[in-house]
Design a protein around this ligand. Structure first.
Ligand code: GSH
Length: 209
């Protein structure tokens, strides 16, 4: 098995934290997004989507999304469960995972990738190249900021995003909060529940993975 990673990027970090929580160790290959190695032929041959994380299984199958990687590891290494145990928990982990990605991560990505010179002509991840639309940056930032409020409100009701148990939704949430620093979007001080939750998840040993 081989894990394709880039240490600085938020999405492969989610998979690394997930693996650390389960005590899984995998041979890791760095794909240097800083030099656009994701577009080189050798990596396209592994993941035509040109993104990390990617996980190549022993039979050659390549999983190229956090969703599939997490599902695979949860099936093979069920303990500790990170995708929920009861039907309701499983459903809520799925819901908060998608919300963190589509409302939070996408918002930050829109803000970052439509302004930074580095992402010129690579405003959306993937094998196709897309030009920046600077107007999207402000909207993305607003979406991310709005989602921080949603997270705070949710965390006033429950210890973790999907309920009373730490889950993969919290791993996504943690990487989102750290990703917000890339666009200098701080968590407002008055979001006490969000701060309390962040301290708890960021201090888990897995967060260093
Ligand atoms: N939905 C994917 C997103 C993967 C993704 O966007 N990865 C980024 C790094 S955080 C990437 O590979 N970027 C390549 C690029 O910027 O061209 C997942 O969760 O695995």
């Amino acid at each position: 098995m081989k894990f394709y990673d880039y240490t600085r990027a938020p999405n492969p970090r989610r998979a690394r934290i997930f693996m650390a929580e389960k005590g899984i160790e995998v041979e890791t290959v760095q794909v240097d997004l800083g030099t656009q190695e994701q577009f080189e032929d050798w990596f396209r041959a592994i993941n035509p989507r040109c993104t990390v994380p990617a996980l190549q299984l022993e039979d050659g199958t390549v999983l190229c999304d956090n969703a599939s990687i997490a599902r695979y590891f949860e099936e093979v290494y069920p303990d500790p469960p990170l995708l929920g145990t009861t039907p309701t928990e499983k459903a809520l982990v799925a819901e908060w995972w998608v919300r963190v990605e589509s409302e939070g991560m996408m918002g930050v990505a829109e803000a970052l990738r439509n302004t930074s010179e580095f992402f010129k002509n690579n405003a959306i991840t993937g094998s196709e190249r897309y030009a920046q639309i600077p107007e999207l940056a402000e909207r993305g930032r607003a979406r991310a900021a709005a989602f921080l409020k949603v997270m705070d409100e949710r965390l006033q009701e429950s210890a973790f995003l999907a309920g009373e148990t730490f889950s993969a939704a919290d791993i996504a949430g943690l990487t989102l909060i750290d990703f917000c620093r890339w666009i200098k979007l701080p968590v407002p001080e008055e979001y006490e529940a969000l701060h309390r939750w962040y301290e708890a998840v960021a201090n888990r040993p897995s967060a260093k993975a």
